[in-house]
Design a protein around this ligand. Structure first.
Ligand code: C2O
Ligand code: CU
Ligand code: CU
Length: 506
């Protein structure tokens, strides 16, 4: 019995284990490297712009004898030829994909006749609209498969670029991603008095940006590993058109940008880095045009920009790498390192002259925080806002009709989130205690809140009161919303308390 062979045995064993560990680490390392490098996508320089941009049809509805403007929206399944000869199953309003652009004027009573021809229950929410909670189209106003719903309200807010989309609790991402989204434009006397490009489909174009991924002929819906933002596509569409171009015939072109993607945050600009004027945000016109060359929009946000064209030139609308202070990991896996060529604008050889943009646009319509009667804090976390996941039968907070409040929203999570409040437009008072950048000086209903960021928002709840019908506030990264990053508030008359949401089971 000598101890020499035994220690040799041990040495061999250790060497064997060692090389196995090295092999294992190399494999894991390789996988991590592969996962990391394959997580980024770019279509910059690779888009051929062969398809003419689709412009959603403008629906002005019909006007009834009492002046009510009546729209019809049919939610239906369809097939869309995104790529020549390949048909993809999609959902749409009055068509195969997306929906018509609804348009109404301040002061008008509107009514929308909705028919749900889908195989699933859904809702239609009017994002950015000030309206009674029972008409809001949130998760409490489910429209059964085969059913109908006819909400109505009177438009009473400034001219703006709003939108509509489904909001069924737990399934919003899947319903929007299949194609259920459309714009809702509002007009008013102030906007009409300003010389702004406003010929729909000519010098005033809707730009609905979505990312998409195909799995054969089907729309892919998978969430890839580490992608805790939700679904991220590997190419983009504008108004449902892949590789779109648009011919323009005016010196100034207004683009009404809507980020209708489920999770992707864009950092828009032009390929030649030209500047453009930001004239409107979520809830309407800015106080004055702001010259910039980068514009960040998180899901649900809108912006109206005006770009100047030279005769005969072409320029590409692009989305650049994000510069939002995301950490290394989240930057890569939430799509921050991705870039896309979105839309080519082609100017005619002679252009119609456009009047210069007005120096002043619309006076602020949101409160400045000085008359806020309440300050509330919201901590954003994927596990729930203020650590509570959404519950349909729990009213999280009660606000008094007519009062202004300041909401302090903090992202204490490492992930990107944003914050959307139904029914109101708010003013961003501060970002991390500093005055907001000029692009946040207009009315907003959705704001990007990157990690380690706190925003203070001032808003007024001017009714009507309804203690039993809640409005929502939530993260508009739709998978986060589906996971429960959502809460409910009711507006009550002074002295009244919250009731119980009506039972809405099927
Ligand atoms: Cu655009 Cu609560 O939604
Ligand atoms: Cu909304
Ligand atoms: Cu989120």
């Amino acid at each position: 019995m000598s101890s020499v062979p035994r220690s040799r045995l041990w040495r061999r064993l250790l060497l064997g284990i060692g090389s196995l560990v090295v092999l294992l680490l190399a494999t894991v390392g390789g996988c991590v490297t592969w996962t990391y490098t394959s997580a980024t996508v770019s279509t910059v320089g690779r888009v051929d712009f062969t398809e003419e941009l689709t412009v959603p049809p403008l629906a002005t509805g019909t006007v009834a004898a009492d002046g009510t403007r009546i729209f019809e929206l049919d939610m239906r399944t369809g097939r869309t030829e995104f790529r020549p000869g390949k048909f993809t199953e999609t959902w749409g309003f009055n068509g195969d994909y997306l929906g018509p652009t609804l348009r109404a004027r301040r002061g008008e009573r509107v009514e929308v006749r909705i028919r749900n021809g889908l195989p699933e229950d859904s809702t239609v929410h009017w994002h950015g609209m000030h309206l009674p909670a029972a008409m809001d189209g949130g998760p409490h106003q489910m429209v059964r498969a085969g059913g109908e719903w006819t909400p109505h309200w009177t438009v009473n807010q400034p001219a703006a670029t709003l939108w509509y989309h489904p909001h069924p609790h737990g399934a919003t991402e899947s319903h929007v991603r299949r194609g259920l989204a459309g714009m809702f434009l509002l007009d008013d006397a102030i906007a009409e008095s300003l010389s702004l490009p406003s010929n729909y489909g000519v010098d005033d174009l809707p730009v609905i940006v979505q990312d998409v991924k195909f799995n054969g002929t089907a729309l892919d819906s998978s969430h890839r590993i580490f992608r805790n933002a939700g679904f991220l596509g590997d190419q983009t569409m504008v108004n449902g058109t892949l590789a779109p171009y648009r011919e323009v015939g005016d010196e100034l072109v207004r683009l009404r940008m809507l980020n209708a993607s489920t999770a992707r945050i864009y950092n828009f600009g032009f390929a030649d880095d030209r500047s453009f004027a930001l004239i409107g945000s979520d809830g309407g016109l800015m106080p004055r045009p702001i010259t910039m060359n980068r514009l960040q929009l998180s899901p649900g946000e809108r912006a109206e920009i005006v770009v100047r064209m030279q005769p005969g030139e072409r320029t590409v609308l692009r989305s650049n790498e994000l510069d939002a202070g995301l950490d290394f990991w989240n930057q890569r896996f939430s799509g921050g390192d991705d870039s896309f060529d979105l839309l080519e604008l082609r100017a005619a050889t002679t252009l119609r002259p456009s009047p210069a943009l007005p120096a002043a646009l619309a006076a602020p319509s949101t409160p400045d925080g000085s008359d806020s009667v309440q300050e509330r804090r919201f901590e954003l976390n994927l596990a729930g806002i203020n650590k509570q996941p959404m519950a349909m039968d729990r009213i999280d907070l009660t606000v008094t009709r007519g009062s202004a409040e300041t909401w302090v929203v903090q992202n204490a999570d490492g992930m990107p989130h944003n914050f959307h409040v139904h029914d109101v437009q708010f003013r961003v008072l501060t970002v991390n205690d500093a005055p907001p950048p000029p692009e946040l000086s207009g009315p907003k209903d959705t704001v990007f809140v990157p990690p380690n960021t706190t925003v203070r928002l001032a808003m007024r709840f001017d009714g009507p009161a309804d203690p039993n019908s809640p409005y929502m506030y939530h993260c508009h990264l739709l998978w986060h919303e589906d996971q429960g990053m959502m809460g409910q508030f009711v507006v009550v008359d002074p002295g009244q308390s919250a009731g119980k949401p009506a039972h809405h089971g099927h």
